[in-house]
Write a protein that binds this ligand. Structure first.
Ligand code: NAD
Ligand code: MG
Length: 396
């Protein structure tokens, strides 16, 4: 309802790209929201400025080394300061009506699960939660009766046109992909790609990790597993389609031949606004889609030769268990090694695949994704193996 008490709202990862876009929308509607907690990794100054501006109850940095700077920046404000990964989880557990989960990577799993355990509403941007622990995560969502709203633009699009009352009438999902900055590059050119080239996305402005994932198409791969968990369709009924303009954000194909899609300008404030206002709608200050000006929309199948990530993620989902957990962790390590100029761009899928296979063949490979501890153990083992592999490549 538009009237009544303001909604209590928490933003996990408030200093990031999604976090800032969320704050942009919240700032335009201040009377409607009360901010409970804001969290960041280490950028104490930016976090403190956001917390002061929005009058948050508590601000938390995951990195304990940033505690002093946070405390100093919040002096005299009356805003609580805390630090460390456990403090981020505690902040996520503070009663809030709505939580934006926008931490990047598996680091967001424990805090996001703490938000889910409140049984209220979680807007999920942090797709790695569903990749590394999908079964566990969705079980917790059901157990707590939590409303889970997808922020990822593709899943948000599918959510808007998915007939939840008649899922058996859905034939398949169409997950669109921009193709990223290397959409038309040869493998030879990709082998020499620099971090600067990889993070220069043609359509979207995003954090560094997801930008590299977009270039390798691991992002679409992670989204493929995300869609599997959110919408319950098997992998062979989720089609990935390259659509360079990013206007059709994704679509649902029904048994009668109808295909329902959601369209819009490529601006994350649309899906974020959808989640903030759901089930209502709110005004979002985004460029309006003008189809006449757009004039054309293109589509093509992705190229599995140049983008091995798409084969690797399908394999990970088919193997099941902790294969996606290992794959996700290895990808995080490989992306960081690429951004640190330790390994080349095409080494990313190589590190991911080798690591996934090694973890699955090892002592942790046979587990189910049922407990957080098991997931974190596999995540840690995959990180160790992937880091070793990256170091060997860097030395070679
Ligand atoms: P970002 O790098 O811009 O921001 C990440 C946020 O997480 C920052 O606030 C950072 O301080 C915090 N963080 C990083 N490491 C942390 C740690 N170890 N512990 C606690 N906090 C930590 O990333 P982003 O682009 O905003 O993406 C966030 C998530 O949303 C990712 O999972 C990404 O895949 C997803 N997503 C992003 C976009 C986008 O347009 N940016 C679109 C769809 C989905
Ligand atoms: Mg997306």
């Amino acid at each position: 309802a538009a009237t009544g008490a303001p909604r209590r709202l928490t933003i996990l990862g408030s200093t990031g790209s999604i976090g800032k876009s969320t704050i942009d929308l919240v700032s335009r509607n201040r009377d409607r929201y009360r901010v409970v907690a804001l969290t960041a990794n280490a950028n104490a100054e930016a976090l403190a400025a956001q917390a002061r501006d929005l009058g948050a109850e508590v601000a938390v940095v995951a990195d304990p080394k940033a505690y002093g700077a946070l405390k100093a920046a919040l002096a005299g404000s009356g805003i609580e300061a805390a630090a460390g990964p456990e403090a981020v989880v505690e902040a996520a557990a503070r009663p809030a009506d709505w939580t934006m989960a926008a931490i990047v990577g598996a680091a967001g799993l424990a805090p996001t699960l703490a938000a889910v355990a409140q049984g209220r509403t979680v807007a999920l941007a942090n797709k790695e939660c569903l990749v590394c622990a999908g079964d566990l995560f969705m079980r917790e969502v059901k157990r707590h009766g939590t409303t889970l709203l997808p922020v990822d633009s593709e899943h948000n699009a599918i959510f808007q046109v998915f007939d939840f009352d008649r899922p058996e009438r859905i034939d398949h999902l169409i997950l669109t992909a921009s193709g990223g900055p290397f959409r038309d590059w040869s493998r030879e050119a990709m082998a020499l790609a620099t971090p600067e080239q990889a993070v220069a996305h043609p359509n979207w402005s995003m954090g560094a990790k997801i930008s590299v994932d977009s270039a390798s198409m691991f992002n679409k791969g992670l989204e493929f597993i995300e869609a599997y968990h959110l919408f319950g369709l098997p992998g062979d009924r989720i089609r990935i389609l390259v659509h360079p303009q990013s206007v059709i954000h994704s679509a649902v194909a029904y048994v009668d031949g109808s295909v329902l899609a959601q369209l819009g300008s490529p601006d994350m404030r649309t899906p974020i606004a959808f989640c903030l206002a759901w089930p209502d709608r709110m005004n979002a200050p985004v460029p309006r889609l003008d189809l006449a000006a757009q004039a054309r929309l293109d589509f093509r199948d992705p190229d599995p030769e140049r983008f091995p990530a798409l084969r690797i993620v399908r394999e990970a989902l088919a193997r099941g268990g902790v294969a996606p957990t290992a794959m996700n962790a290895a990808n995080e390590v490989a992306v960081a090694a690429f951004l640190g100029r330790q390994i080349g761009f095409l080494d990313i899928p190589a590190v991911v695949e080798t690591t996934m296979n090694a973890v699955m063949a090892g002592p942790l490979g046979n587990q189910a994704v049922s407990a957080l501890e098991a997931v974190l153990a596999v995540d840690a083992e995959a990180r160790r193996l992937a880091a070793g592999h990256a170091e060997r490549l860097a030395a070679a």
